[in-house]
Design a protein around this ligand. Structure first.
Ligand code: MSP
Length: 499
């Protein structure tokens, strides 16, 4: 058994949860559910990023204190994640005392190690990106909102000193950042030259106080990134941190590569933390070719989608129809077509049809799978492909491989026409083999569609829950022993009309 610690970015509480946030979070949830099927010890964390100017200004605009703004919006994120069945183990809020303690200890360590000095920042700041930017960033369109001039006496992190150690890390760990295109992007940032960065602010209060100079607060990113260490036990629980930190993997969108894949590893080195995380970066979920944002009014909440497609329908279509890495356009039509072909037809309809024939030809009792089934080999190959894809954080590939089992079973069932066969061994073999395919596919699909998988599991006569099965053993052919009642029930995924 190994440890697996997966994080999502923590979301700013200036804004309500939308599909873009849900995309990262559903992916992380499914990947963790897969790891649990493998019997690994998993910690899955998500949470909210609550300090900084962006949140302070949103609070002012809403007539709230920053804490009230944070409390309300953080709760909305938590509700959205509960609604779409996100099984997180820890939900961190950066306003929690455990996080304050951890940030202060972490940054103090960097300071004591000689990597932080006092200087003057004089330059531009983009509140919507919560980032110090240059005129070139503005001119070349890398800034998402208006910029402000800032002159402050701040503390600086000697990022420039870490270019070499970062390059060594890239050399040492060819898989530190996937997919490769984003690894190259991070490498380009480092090779382009790293300037020292201001890590504190004097002109705002809404943040964590600097322990060696209480007149300043930490710049929001140097507070936010440390959340990952807080959850792993930094400061409060050194044994836990030692055990869990080496197992860390971060999931993030491509917009925050610089902070995650360059600044954060350098900070860890500065604080003397030896193990560096692995990073899995994804592109945008686009609506009509554009990134969702408050100003474009193209934000859709996860709840908007689940009303029609159900929680599992939404989760599945999102995971299956987006390739992890590039940008992906998201459309209602694509979602509907995926729901219909894969869930209503390939899965739900097969389940209904096999149950009907079990009822008419086998007295409602599922027959066992046959050891020499023609479906045995292709099912094993599909398992291997799915397993490899989940390992590489490629849910769409993993689900495509899983559905191959169902496509093969559908084709076989259709070709054998068991409803026309007389009762006996031949019909029993067709039914048992189809049920076995359903059993295996149900386990493998459970990270994406946990609730529907649990229902399908009962319907085919299995006890317990597919999520409690252990891979790879549970995916071996022959697990469907037969002899239990198969239930027809209502359609697992009711059809949705397009009008
Ligand atoms: N608070 C920072 C992250 C700090 S992590 C230490 C932040 N928050 S955010 O709420 O603006 O966005 C966080 C993440 O949401 C993005 O990196 C990305 O993972 C996800 N997405 C937000 N909009 C998205 C899309 N339209 N498409 C895909 N993911 C998107 O940045």
């Amino acid at each position: 058994m190994s440890r697996f610690y997966l994080t999502t970015p923590i979301f700013y509480v200036n804004d309500a949860p939308h599909l873009g946030h849900a995309y990262t979070t559903v992916t992380a949830d499914a990947v963790c559910r897969w790891q649990r099927l493998l019997g690994n010890d998993v910690v899955f964390m998500t949470g909210t990023d609550e300090h900084g100017l962006k949140v302070q200004r949103a609070a002012e605009a809403n007539g709230l204190t920053p804490q009230e703004q944070a409390d309300q919006t953080s709760e909305r994120f938590r509700d959205a994640w509960d609604h779409i069945n996100i099984a997180y183990d820890d939900y961190i809020r950066t306003t929690e005392p455990r996080h304050h303690a951890s940030v202060r200890a972490f940054m103090q360590r960097c300071y004591d190690n000689g990597h932080i000095y006092k200087g003057t920042y004089d330059g531009l700041y983009s509140v919507s990106d919560e980032a110090y930017v240059t005129q070139a960033d503005v001119d070349e369109g890398r800034v998402s909102g208006p910029v402000e001039r800032m002159t402050e006496e701040n503390y600086f992190f000697k990022l420039s000193e870490f270019a070499e150690p970062l390059l060594e890390w890239f050399e040492r760990e060819p898989e530190n950042i996937t997919p490769t295109r984003y690894r190259n992007e991070a490498l380009g940032i480092i090779k382009g030259g790293l300037a020292d960065v201001s890590v504190t602010r004097t002109s705002l209060d809404w943040g964590i106080r600097v322990p060696w100079d209480e007149s300043q607060v930490f710049y929001v990113w140097y507070d936010a990134l440390i959340n990952y260490a807080t959850v792993a036990g930094y400061d409060g629980d050194p044994d836990r941190f030692a055990a869990w930190w080496p197992a860390t993997r971060h999931l993030l969108g491509k917009d925050i590569i610089r902070f995650h894949c360059v600044y954060w590893p350098a900070m860890l080195m500065a604080a003397g933390v030896k193990d560096l995380p692995k990073f899995h970066v994804h592109g945008w979920l686009l609506i009509g070719g554009e990134k969702m944002s408050k100003s474009k009014l193209n934000q859709i909440s996860p709840e908007n989608m689940t009303e029609e497609f159900g929680v599992d329908g939404f989760r599945y279509a999102m995971l299956r129809d987006t390739s992890f890495g590039p940008d992906n356009d998201f459309s209602y039509e694509a979602l509907l077509s995926r729901y219909t072909s894969d869930l209503a037809n390939a899965f739900g309809n097969l389940l209904g049809r096999v149950a009907a024939v079990v009822e008419s030809k086998a007295g409602g009792i599922g027959p066992a799978a046959s050891p020499d089934s023609p479906l045995r080999e292709s099912t094993a190959a599909a398992y291997e492909a799915a397993s490899k894809a989940w390992e590489q954080v490629q849910p769409s590939v993993a689900l495509d491989a899983t559905w191959q089992i169902l496509r093969d079973a559908n084709e076989y069932f259709q070709r054998m026409e068991p409803w026309k066969l007389p009762e006996g061994n031949e019909v029993n073999a067709v039914l048992g083999d189809t049920l076995e395919c359903l059993r295996i596919a149900t386990i493998l699909a459970s990270p994406a569609i946990p609730d529907a998988a649990a229902v399908a599991w009962q319907r085919i006569g299995m006890t317990g829950n597919p999520a409690d099965q252990r891979l790879p053993e549970a995916a071996e052919w022959g697990g469907y022993g037969g002899g239990t009642q198969v239930i027809r029930g209502d359609p697992l995924f009711p059809r949705i009309s397009s009008d």
